[in-house]
Ligand binder design. Structure first.
Ligand code: NAI
Length: 462
């Protein structure tokens, strides 16, 4: 009997399979589609390929300032789409190669549970001491009239399209909605975002999400918050999206409507109930601290168990789950999960927001550094945004929130600080190279003690 069957080859499942193989387990991975899951095929990676085109297009507008003249530039979605497809293929092949090299058996097909130690794939029955479910999530539907019209799409479908929408209405101002808004606005679509909550990116530090809203509006994206979308009317490729706000009814014309109102756990055809694997009322698989479900030989990780539905969380849960199976005392550092949002400018956050710290009754200090005061950002011509840091009154870093150039990369240092509960002093006595964006992080930390060097002095400096 093999040691482990992993169901799902996304960033949760394939990382778990590879780590299990490294630990000496005999592993089979079952995947019904391409390896790499949503992240690689329909999520993080293809959107970042588009994001790069969007960034380049935006920089064209700045070229003359840099002394470069570009005549006759043109954007072609078909070429961008083909580049995205090549990147995805290359990375899928990479995962396949890694699985082969680590002697993980890969079965293509849809798995369902037959018993606590048995999985059916087509007419094949395979068994293992343990089974790990990593089936992820899928786009949720919006139960409103008109949601089934042909020009109403989810993020998977919009990424598959090779024609550019003229007027794109996005329902949902969360992570997916805003990444697509930013990308398609740069591509040339006229974009409107309708968000139900009072702020964009609920859960993100409010100062950061408010700043982002200003930047996105300045780029020409139309944004309505507190807007509950009620129906989509029309036919063919000309529709009207109707929403109600506290004051009135608003409407937006579109030829494409993107629904980006969240994702739900994907457990279709797994046969969970029949083998006794419990789920929450929302459909997430219930697990304990070892990632065991209510059937002890069956484990689950990633989006399908809920929490932060992020690729890197799924991968980490995959690693920790299989290490715990062989007796390691591995843990997921849930208090330090970085989240990165590829809008222009980028947003990245880790740890507690200011609102979160208040809610938990924590006395905190705030330090900030605007990128306009960072020499590298000035040379790059990307001075929008800031680094904001929260520490306890004793100086322990508890949160960091960045909006600005390369925020997604800069958050790594802050994540380490939050995870290891480093103090501002430990970081500010570490030399940061000049001139770099990382100095903004350093100076924001210094600002928690009112001693940033490149900021005008504040009262109470020590
Ligand atoms: P989300 O939960 O982040 O945002 C959905 C938004 O839609 C919410 O703000 C919600 O208030 C709004 N909404 C819901 N119903 C609505 C209605 N009827 N009218 C108007 N607004 C409505 O979900 P999203 O953006 O779909 O992302 C799903 C998951 O994928 C998230 O967990 C996200 O973290 C993850 N993801 C992460 C990325 C990253 O890390 N860069 C990229 C893309 C997705």
């Amino acid at each position: 009997m093999r040691d482990l069957i992993v169901i799902g080859g996304g960033p949760g499942g394939y990382v778990a399979a590879l780590r299990a193989a490294q630990l000496g387990m005999q592993v089979t991975l079952v995947e019904k589609d391409n390896l790499g899951g949503t992240c690689l095929n329909r999520g993080c990676v293809p959107t970042k390929a588009y994001y790069q085109s969007a960034q380049l297009l935006r920089s064209l507008g700045q070229m003359t300032e840099f002394g470069i003249s570009v005549a006759g530039s043109n954007f072609d979605l078909q070429t961008t789409w083909a580049r995205k497809e090549r990147i995805v293929r290359q990375l899928v092949e990479g995962i396949s190669g890694l699985l082969v090299a680590n002697r993980v058996e890969v079965i293509t097909g849809e798995a369902s549970l037959s018993s606590p130690q048995q999985v059916r794939v087509g007419d094949q029955l395979i068994d293992a001491k343990r089974i790990l479910i990593a089936t992820g999530s899928s786009c949720s539907q919006l139960p409103i009239p008109g949601a089934d019209l042909p020009c109403v799409v989810n993020s998977d479908q919009l990424l598959a399209q090779t024609t550019l929408p003229d007027r794109l209405v996005i329902i949902g101002g969360g992570v997916i909605g805003l990444e697509f808004a930013s990308i398609f606005q740069a591509f040339g679509s006229q974009v409107t975002v309708l968000e139900y909550m009072p702020d964009l990116l609920s859960g993100v530090d409010k100062e950061i999400s408010k700043r982002l809203r200003v930047f996105l509006k300045r780029q020409g994206i139309e944004i309505f918050t507190g807007a509950r979308v009620e129906r989509i009317e029309g036919n063919g490729n000309q529709v009207t999206v109707w929403a109600s706000t506290a004051k009135d009814t608003i409407s937006a014309e579109a030829d494409t409507v993107l629904i980006a109102t969240g994702r739900r756990p994907y457990t279709a055809n797994l046969n969970l109930g029949a083998v006794g694997v419990a789920t929450t009322p929302q459909g997430f698989i219930v697990t304990n601290g070892d990632f065991q479900t209510t059937v002890p030989s069956i484990y689950a990780i990633g989006d399908v168990i809920g929490g932060a539905m992020l690729a890197h969380v799924a991968s980490e849960e995959g690693r920790v789950a299989v290490e715990r199976m062989v007796g390691h005392d591995s843990k997921v550092a849930y208090h330090a999960i970085p989240a990165v949002i590829f809008t222009t400018p980028e947003v990245a956050t880790v740890g507690l927001s200011e609102e979160g710290a208040k809610e938990q009754g924590i006395d905190y200090r705030v330090g900030k550094l605007q990128f306009a005061a960072n020499s590298k950002a000035i040379t790059m011509g990307e001075t929008e945004g800031l680094v904001k840091v929260l520490t306890t009154t004793e100086g322990t870093v508890i949160g960091a929130h960045i909006i600005g150039p390369h925020a997604a990369d800069l958050i790594a240092a802050a994540t380490l600080a939050v995870k290891e509960r480093l103090t501002a002093e430990q970081i500010t006595t570490t030399i940061h190279a000049h001139p770099t964006l990382s100095e903004a992080w350093l100076e924001a930390l210094l600002d928690t003690e009112k001693r940033a060097i490149n900021l005008m002095p504040k009262r109470g400096a020590q």
